[in-house]
Design a protein around this ligand. Structure first.
Ligand SMILES: Cc1cc2nc3c(=O)[nH]c(=O)nc-3n(C[C@H](O)[C@H](O)[C@H](O)COP(=O)(O)OP(=O)(O)OC[C@H]3O[C@@H](n4cnc5c(N)ncnc54)[C@H](O)[C@@H]3O)c2cc1C
Length: 356
């Protein structure tokens, strides 16, 4: 027997983007269902770090003043058991030479960096070779596996999540969209695509200039390494509990697949050896694809032709920080006619849309 359902919104994809968007829809009492597939999730490969800076040039991350505080409040209160997935940890960044020290001193005197750049210090950290540090404030990590599991559990309890073996079929009608999978048929007024890096096979939105990047990470165990800080040199060491640490992630623009490579593993090990001087055991290697975009800003908004199709994607390597604020902005845009920031609105790429 076919189970038929009518909803105002169908969210397609329940990684970080779709999970957070679903929470916002619940909060606003909106009528929706979320469908996910068993395709791999970038979110489950991510380190889950939030950090307000781009260290290469010691600048602030794009939009951080607007989104970071919102994100911290969101993770600490939006779903129950936040102490099991949301961790605020200080971050120590190696400062390697006089130029870096000078740059840090200049920037930390600027009001714009208040709340982000802390003091410089020289200190030994248990297990770490380097001794010169810049302290970064407002940093930490979200255990995305636990967070997403918690959201999925809540959605399942409310009969709002369907996990499909494969992508559901989509048929666009004049004023609604029919989504079918096996014996389920959903008529939705609006479809919100949150398909992460799988968007490149999405015929409605793959005209947008995504520029996916692959990242590899490893998890290691060390009983002798300090668990009090996130450490950043080439990559980040993030303490994830029980003497386990996540390390990464690499950046690769070619050969985009979800498996670790010999080259990636070697690079990770080389950089780890460069940073720590205590014994460790490798527990796991992992690889994933980030939904990064050419201009490094999210892709949010409504399809140029099909006005009932919308996208929430392109969270890149900053999904943890960006997703809460911009999911709220998207819901306000859909329900209250609020404006989307022009930097994230897909209208900026209308010139790329020339088919159909
Ligand atoms: C190695 C690595 C490290 C990272 N580290 C960090 C970090 O430290 N901090 C940070 O902020 N970000 C990090 N990121 C980036 C972060 O993972 C992403 O920004 C974010 O997770 C993207 O979430 P998403 O929901 O858009 O995509 P995904 O998590 O990939 O979710 C997409 C979902 O859509 C589903 N789907 C696809 N097509 C359909 C369809 N047609 N119908 C229904 N469902 C569909 C898929 O099954 C999947 O569940 C990292 C990424 C990687 C790969």
């Amino acid at each position: 027997m076919i189970e038929e359902l009518k909803v105002d919104y169908a969210v397609l994809g329940a990684g970080l983007a779709g999970s957070i968007l679903s929470i916002q829809l619940i909060d606003k009492n909106l009528d929706f269902i979320t469908l996910d597939t068993k395709l791999p999730k970038a979110s489950l490969k991510a380190s889950g770090l939030y950090n307000p800076l781009v260290f290469k040039r010691l600048t602030k991350s794009w939009a951080v003043d607007k989104v970071l505080n919102y994100a911290q409040n969101f993770y600490s209160s939006a779903v129950e058991n936040s102490n099991e997935f949301f961790y605020s940890y200080p971050l120590k960044k190696t400062v390697l030479n006089a130029e870096e020290i000078n740059n840090w001193e200049i920037k930390s005197a600027e009001a714009a960096f208040n709340g982000y750049l802390g003091t410089l210090e020289t200190s030994k950290i248990k297990g770490i070779k380097n001794t010169s540090w810049g302290n970064v404030k407002n940093t930490g990590y979200v255990n995305l596996k636990k967070f997403i599991n918690q959201v999925h559990e809540n959605l399942l309890q409310q009969n709002r999540l369907v996990v499909c073996d494969e992508k559901p079929d989509i048929k666009i009608q004049d004023s609604s969209v029919i989504i079918s999978h096996k014996n389920i048929k959903i008529e939705a007024q609006n479809v919100l695509f949150c398909d992460g890096p799988h968007v490149v096979k999405n015929p409605y939105f793959n005209y947008l200039p995504f520029k996916l990047t692959k990242g590899e990470t490893l998890v290691f165990k060390s009983n002798l390494l300090c668990e009090d800080f996130i450490i950043k040199k080439h990559f980040f060491i993030i303490p994830i509990g029980n003497h386990l640490f996540k390390f990464g992630a690499t950046n690769e623009w070619e050969n985009l697949h979800w498996k670790n490579t010999v080259k990636g593993k070697q690079l990770l090990l080389e950089k780890l050896e460069d940073l720590i001087h205590v014994p460790y055991e490798i527990i796991d290697y992992s690889a994933g694809i980030r939904p990064t975009t050419r201009d490094r800003k999210p892709f949010i908004g409504t399809h140029p032709k099909h006005k009932n199709l919308h996208i929430f994607n392109g969270l890149g390597s900053k999904g943890v920080t960006l997703a809460p604020y911009y999911s709220n902005q998207l819901v306000e845009y859909l329900t209250a006619g609020a404006f989307l920031d022009k930097e994230v609105n897909i209208d900026r790429y209308i010139k790329y849309y020339d088919h159909e």
